[in-house]
Design a protein around this ligand. Sequence first.
Ligand SMILES: Cc1cc2nc3c(=O)[nH]c(=O)nc-3n(C[C@H](O)[C@H](O)[C@H](O)COP(=O)(O)O)c2cc1C
Length: 229
Amino acid sequence: MPVTDPLSVAQALHRRRSIRAFTDRPVDPAVLKQIFATAQRAPSGGNLQPWQATIVTGERWQAVKDAVAARLALGRDGHEPEYDIYPKGLTEPWEARRFGVGEGLYAALGIPREDKAGRIAQFMDNYRGFGAPVMLFLHCSRIMGPPQWSDMGMWLQSVMLLLVEEGLASCPQECWAMYGATIRRTLGLDDGQILFTGLAIGYADADAAVNQWAVPRAGLDEVIDWQGF
Ligand SMILES: Cc1cc2nc3c(=O)[nH]c(=O)nc-3n(C[C@H](O)[C@H](O)[C@H](O)COP(=O)(O)O)c2cc1C
């Protein structure tokens, strides 16, 4: 399928958001193949290209959801974290940003703090991939370290921007890493692989309240220290 809406890199960056409600419109695998071919241009230290991905739809995607649902039913006993999603004892300014994004999400949905069940239900929607028809699991060899994990991030962002260019939407979802062993088993990955994140892929439900909300960013003064200019 040709690119119908060519975007500048800056336009794609501004347009991309984490989308948390998808339509059931299927995704053309030929479009995905083209996107992955282009994303291979992502840089990596030593050109290792450490990223590996397993992409599922239909019955294979349902099998992952079913397997994880069985773990979810066990509550905390079902957790199999691949890594600490956030550092233990997160301090400022990062804790405030993390708290802020949760509060912003629930506010966009009109779920008040007292509505614990409503908040849990919204979180659990993660494990439906927010209704996305396609789920990509991004993993790499367990021998890889922080530099290679950053390479995976560059590949992931490349894929997300290319999806935007094709009119597709996505949501990265590290929540799947809470159930790494189950997902590896279901996908047929060996234990030498470590699961970084899921990426829900599909067409955005443009009307959904959850998709109307743009997450703010820190000002440049908080992140860039200009020296010698
Ligand atoms: C690696 C990664 C993992 C993420 N995991 C989740 C997740 O499990 N669930 C979720 O709702 N959002 C997840 N997000 C989305 C972030 O909350 C989001 O990127 C951030 O708040 C900025 O919002 P934006 O992507 O809409 O610009 C993840 C983002 C990244 C980059």
